[in-house]
Design a protein around this ligand. Structure first.
Ligand SMILES: Nc1ncnc2c1ncn2[C@@H]1O[C@H](COP(=O)(O)OP(=O)(O)OP(=O)(O)O)[C@@H](O)[C@H]1O
Length: 358
């Protein structure tokens, strides 16, 4: 377990490259032992944010503190990266190709040379490397070169190297993005378990919604260098603060909605009445997730026919649309009921959806 106080505070951080501003007044906390995912599209500033926290990029304004230590502030304070006790796991290709796996991990333990160490220190270092290799599920691979390992194994070594000095904070910069789907899923699960068991305070940067929602205790949605929302995965998924966040965080359909023509707690939409969260007033839009939608065979004309049926494994994703295709809605259909192209369907929305005023 990590002994260093490790809650992170980021307050009002603004950062640029030359005259181009990338981060705008970014603030958030990460509690000790928590995994925060920073989720955002490519180019929104995720890597820059990690670089500011690690001390590799100087912010123009704002404060970064780890435990009780201020490691950067707007008044010129800037603790060097190697003195921040922060471990960084980059995207890929981060291992030294000329060093063995053990050599790469030992590098994370500090750069004092083995040759200059006494026997006891050498033995202790070997033990630590062996323990770290066991920890990341790669026992016995110490003598291999990175090129002899698979992409997933290399990322495990990079994680072991980052964990070697018992950092106060681990930063993971899209560490699974170069891996194929199966490997990505198993490595995500292993890394999550490992960080949880070691009570590591961590930030995972990703553009992958499933990864952020599935791995993190909380998710910070970063759009155009600004934190748009921070909350639990359930919160950002079901209660997005804006249409933009809602659309980015997961698959959705957005429809025009009018509360004035519906009973309280409902809105009228082109596909019928739908229950909404809160008490909307004025016209707006609703955001519906496919798993909130149920299709059934239309008992009377609805004007909605099935236009696409896609088997995804656990369920089938079915799309139905009006003839002009201007109004459409999608549902995850589980079970045996098969829908066919051109079939007319009626639509039920089974739980309350968020409403956004125009
Ligand atoms: N060294 C640099 N010099 C100038 N501009 C940069 C530099 N690094 C990044 N940028 C720009 O800053 C913006 C944010 O980049 P950053 O790498 O932080 O985004 P990101 O969200 O991590 O993107 P990705 O998911 O594609 O890695 C982008 O517009 C990028 O082109």
């Amino acid at each position: 377990m990590n002994e260093r106080p490790s809650d992170l505070q980021v307050k009002g951080v603004t950062a640029s490259y030359g005259r181009s501003r990338v981060l705008h007044d970014v603030s958030f906390d990460v509690n000790e032992g928590e995994l925060l995912a920073v989720l955002g599209p490519s180019g929104c500033g995720k890597t820059t944010l990690l670089r500011v926290i690690a001390g590799l990029h100087r912010a123009e304004a704002g404060l970064v503190s780890l435990g009780s230590r201020v490691v950067a502030d707007g008044n010129g304070r800037h603790i060097a990266p190697e003195r921040r006790h922060v471990g960084l796991v980059p995207q890929e290709g981060a291992l030294f190709p000329h060093l063995s796996v053990a050599g790469n991990i030992a590098y994370g333990l500090g750069n004092s040379r083995m040759r200059r160490m006494d026997l006891k220190a050498r033995a202790s270092r070997r033990e630590q490397v062996t323990a770290l290799l066991d920890l990341v599920g790669l026992p016995g691979t110490g003598k291999a070169r990175p090129a002899q390992l698979s992409g997933g194994q290399q990322q495990r070594v990079a994680l072991a190297r980052a964990l070697a000095p018992s950092p106060a904070l681990v930063l993971l910069d899209e560490p699974f993005s170069a891996l194929d789907a199966g490997l990505r899923a198993s490595l995500r699960a292993d890394v999550r378990t490992l960080l949880y068991e070691r009570k590591m305070t961590s930030i995972l940067v990703t553009h992958d919604q499933d990864e952020a929602l599935g791995m993190a205790d909380r998710v910070a949605v970063l759009l155009d260098g600004r934190i748009a929302q921070i909350g639990t995965p359930e919160d950002v998924y079901h209660n997005p603060v804006s249409l933009e966040v809602g659309r980015f965080v997961g698959d959705s359909v957005v429809l025009d909605a009018d509360p004035s023509a519906a009973p309280s707690g409902w809105v009228r939409t082109p596909i019928g009445f739908i229950p909404v969260l809160g008490t909307p007033s004025g016209r707006g839009k609703v955001l519906i997730r496919p798993e909130q939608v149920v299709f059934s065979s239309a008992a009377e004309p609805t004007g909605l026919t099935v236009t696409n049926v896609r088997f995804t494994g656990p369920s089938t994703l079915v799309t139905a649309a009006t003839e002009d295709r201007k109004i459409w809605v999608r549902a995850h259909c589980a079970g045996d009921r098969q829908f066919t192209h051109g079939e007319e369907v009626s639509v039920d929305v089974t739980s309350s959806v968020p409403f956004f005023a125009d």
